[in-house]
Design a binder for this molecule. Structure first.
Ligand code: PGA
Length: 256
């Protein structure tokens, strides 16, 4: 059975104490998880250690922390960057790679992202790999080719075994991120099925069926259940709605 995942991407929001309070509030009301269900808190770097301590106290193996970025090199003169080993020291086991904000504001190319993916997987880390098209590409009906290129150039060089073990794909249409405009269930399902068909063509049926594909982009308490009910949607990468327990908990509950 594919893993079901709800990941909260806090971006550059919340102080450490606010973050710890949020995680405590969520933990206090968590539903009982099945073994294939997971929640990942992708906090700012500075919060990871404290949030991990809170999570570890629960002894709930469905809860994880994730970073929002990392560097591909092990150490050196990369001012402002963070290495995979540094994240592992904090107890982090997942990293978001290729978020559209990293691509757009920090000029992260498919090739650079490929290097990060390789470094993370060599270190047995779990990658939440983001893809998704801007509005003008959707309007020109070129979204499939756009997403295919992102996947081809950053993750489709991996072996079937490695991609199955280490990668979760998050489809996040840029026009839906932080805009309040959510992809319709039909649009989400269509793209997720397309991504799965690419996995089938590039690898095999087993790989296509085992990789979780999350939806991200204005997913909230009101639309999560409908989106997650789509056959090829295995959960969500949640931005704004992950910042409050009352909006994040119903999304966790929508994960079946
Ligand atoms: P949003 O962000 O839920 O606020 O649209 C999603 C994301 O950027 O991961």
């Amino acid at each position: 059975m594919r893993k079901k995942i709800v990941a909260g991407n806090w971006k550059m929001n919340l102080g450490i104490q606010e973050g710890v309070q949020l995680v405590n509030d969520i933990i206090a009301k968590l539903p009982v998880f099945q073994t294939h269900q997971h929640v990942i808190f992708c906090t700012p770097f500075t919060h990871l250690q404290k949030v991990n301590e809170v999570i570890n106290q629960t002894k709930n193996s469905s809860l994880h922390t994730g970073a929002q970025n990392c560097h591909d090199k092990t150490s050196g003169a990369y001012t402002g960057e963070i290495s995979i080993a540094m994240l592992q020291e904090l107890g982090v086991n997942s990293v978001i790679i290729g978020h559209s904000e990293r691509r757009q504001y920090f000029q992260e190319s498919n090739e650079f992202l490929k290097n990060k993916v390789d470094a993370l997987l060599a270190n047995k880390m779990h990658v939440l790999f983001c893809c998704g098209e801007p509005l003008e590409v959707r309007e020109a009906a070129q979204q499939n080719a756009w997403v295919e290129k992102q996947l081809q150039e950053s993750i489709f060089h991996l072996s079937a075994e490695t991609i199955q073990q280490g990668i979760t794909i998050a489809y996040e249409p840029i026009w839906a991120i932080g805009t309040g405009v959510t992809a319709s269930t039909a649009q989400a399902q269509e793209m997720h099925a397309f991504i799965r068909s690419l996995l089938q063509a590039t690898y095999d049926e087993d790989t296509a069926q085992n990789i979780s594909i999350l939806y991200g982009g204005s997913c909230n308490a009101a639309n999560a259940a409908e989106l997650f009910a789509c056959e090829d949607v295995d959960g969500g990468l949640i931005g704004g709605a992950a910042l409050k327990a009352e909006s994040f908990l119903p999304i966790i509950e929508a994960m079946k």
